[in-house]
Design a protein around this ligand. Sequence first.
Ligand code: ATP
Ligand code: MG
Length: 564
Amino acid sequence: MTNTNEAEMPKKSLNFIEQIVENDLKDGLNDGRIQTRFPPEPNGYLHIGHVKAICLDFGIAEKYNGICNLRFDDTNPVKEDVEYVDSIQGDIQWLGFHWKNLYYASDYFQQLYDLAIRFIKDGKAYVDEQSAETIAQQKGTPTVPGIESPYRNRPIAENIDLFERMNKGEFADGSMVLRAKIDMTHSNMHFRDPIMYRIITTHPHHRTGTTWKVYPMYDFAHGQSDYFEGVTHSICTLEFEVHRPLYDWFLDQFAGKDYRPKQREFNRLNITYTVMSKRKMLQLVQEGLVRGWDDPRMPTVCGLRRRGYTATSIRNFIDSIGYTKVEGIIDVSVLEHAIREDLKPKADRVCAIFDPIKLVITNYPESKTETLITENNPENENSGTREMLFGRELYIERSDFMENAPKDFFRLTPNGREVRLKSAYIIQCTGCKKDSDDNITEIYCTYDTTSKSGTEGGNRKIKSTINWVEINSCLNAEVRLYDRLFSIEDPSASEKDFRDLLNPNSLTIVNNCKVEAALKNAKPLSHFQFLKVGYFTVDEDSKDGQLIFNRTVSLKDTWAKKTE
Ligand code: ATP
Ligand code: MG
């Protein structure tokens, strides 16, 4: 890639939501006030799809001097938990965003309840005692009108009495619902008397305990919460576009004319070889198909972080894909490109030997060791240097040696060809030792004493450089190599159960990896480039003397080659 001066950079064009916001500002809407919210339901961990919404909600507020609040959409105690509330806050902060206020839809339970009573009094809501199945059957289809419930025209007083008793816990879960009385023949199915409230007595709410026995449905809670808070732009994903008229209808029934929140929709993020749904992710976790929400193969924010993704790389990725009105699926290589670009100047280059074999430099004195200096990162002049211990016995990668090599093999083979040991000396292979089964156990070489890197003799051009670690000082490490979680591009589009589409080789553990001594005190989540291999981070399971690394991403897109 060529370097571009900031001054020469083309000004990034506005996305369509920013365009809408600018037009609203021009029209003087809401006195120029911009307010957004990010409204997660605390029923799972945040995934990278949510980050797309977060970047837009917080980004719009930041760009137009507005505010963005975090509002937990906690209206279903059956699935929600404080564990999720806490993780969501932590993840948003880690991404580098700051909400103005922290709200909960449950803050508005009383207001919403009072509003529901008002709807009943206005003849716009009724208690239906039919089963969920019957209600669904009567809904009709887009071309067949629905059927009115026999309870639709109950007297208002009866509706109020029943709704109040629903909330006192007098009726079983599922026995009754409160429905808006709109139009069972409406062309928009969402208008066919949508459910406003349901009874939940089986699970206490994580904030309000057992105070409430009725809980508002999304369609009733969301727009009203936006309104109570003063949200101007309620941004969500495209599947809510068909809900928008209902969002407006509820507001029309009671809100003043001078201020209205407006819902706007953008395309969801989908990425190849993964799923982007909390429900499916929860299943993977609960059924032990991954090691937890933060399994590095998961598309969750905590999984990506543990995998070694930086907040910057994730935000750059989101920035690069943009916002549209058309659903699609983004190739995971775009995400991988973002982390490679971010880590290139940040991650120190170190030697790690995955399949070690001993190399003995026969003309190097037995008791001698020396300290060599190597650059931490040639792509970053501020990254400094570090020491590497060098000695007579080293580990090198088994694949860097071939006994009977073809002509185009430029690494170690006993044919007189010279090879450079990274940041050290030039060597020539002289042979190898084998056990009784013909397995190679040691490789022998001699070194050119005048060829040390960084000295004049070190300038000699050699076709091939190989990695090494000194045998006595190197550290043992476990390395976890991750691959695609699913074996097909779009598991959600398949007719098969998504769990049957998992990639059986999504995790390979290398137990006997040898790494440089310099990694001894590497902290969890610090980033390294294992030379020639990829980017790695220290896993939080790593303990003193027991290093564990996660592969964030390989240096090149090896998958593309594999599937060619
Ligand atoms: P899931 O389908 O994974 O359960 P959700 O939409 O139910 O997700 P919420 O907690 O309701 O999850 O989402 C909070 C916000 O994040 C919503 O505004 C939603 O539109 C947005 N969001 C969720 N998934 C995506 C996605 N894949 N891409 C972009 N935005 C998303
Ligand atoms: Mg949802």
